[in-house]
Design a protein. Structure first.
Length: 202
């Protein structure tokens, strides 16, 4: 997986930050921005952006474009269209992560750019090492406990979260149907039939 820059000029990105992003409780006056590609590969266009305001203050952001048309080349066309919703991640931050307040990166703003059709998420830049780089078993145990607390607290959400993908029988059987559609030859279709029969019986 490669890296793709955001499809905005420096001027467009600075204007979008001023208009749609709140830093320290207010919209910043941007003096300049410093851009670099995301540290880790992602299917989405994503950048680490340093924002220097008119008073000389500096804030580190992660800015992500969730528009599928701007995915890295290797990721385009991999997922079927019915899975793609550029607004889903924004709703996860607004309707799940923010209310739960469990230490996940703060959503600082969002924007939909007219010229590029980019769906931008302005996120707090969190310092730290990804879990897969940590060999300490206690860190993994701590992460597992956090995940358990997250699932327990998420059950208390008063809002419906039907915008999420529900991994239920109907959804999973859809993949078998797609596999059979793509299969070529009678032999391939016959091999797929027992799996479909098993799914239907559940």
């Amino acid at each position: 997986m490669g890296r793709t820059p955001l499809p905005l000029t420096d001027g467009e990105l600075a204007e979008s930050i001023e208009t749609h992003c709140r830093l320290k409780g207010r919209h910043p006056r941007v003096a300049r921005i410093e851009r670099r590609g995301g540290h880790f590969p992602s299917s989405s266009a994503i950048e680490e952006v340093g924002v220097v305001d008119a008073a000389g203050g500096r804030t580190a952001l992660i800015i992500k474009d969730s528009q599928p048309a701007h995915f890295v080349a290797a990721a385009r066309g991999v997922k079927p269209l019915f899975l793609l919703d550029p607004a889903r991640e924004l709703r996860v931050y607004r309707e799940i992560l923010s209310p739960l307040d469990m230490g996940t990166p703060t959503l600082l703003g969002a924007a939909r750019e007219r010229r590029t059709r980019a769906h931008l998420l302005f996120l707090e830049r969190v310092r730290g090492r990804p879990l897969f780089e940590v060999g300490n078993w206690k860190a993994w145990e701590s992460a597992a406990r956090w995940l358990a607390r997250f699932h327990a607290r998420s059950r208390l959400l008063s809002r419906r979260v039907d915008f999420l993908l529900l991994q239920a029988q109907r959804f999973l059987c859809r993949w078998m149907s797609r596999a059979r559609e793509f299969a070529r030859g009678d032999g391939a279709r016959r091999r797929g039939r027992p799996l479909q029969d098993h799914a239907d019986a559940q």
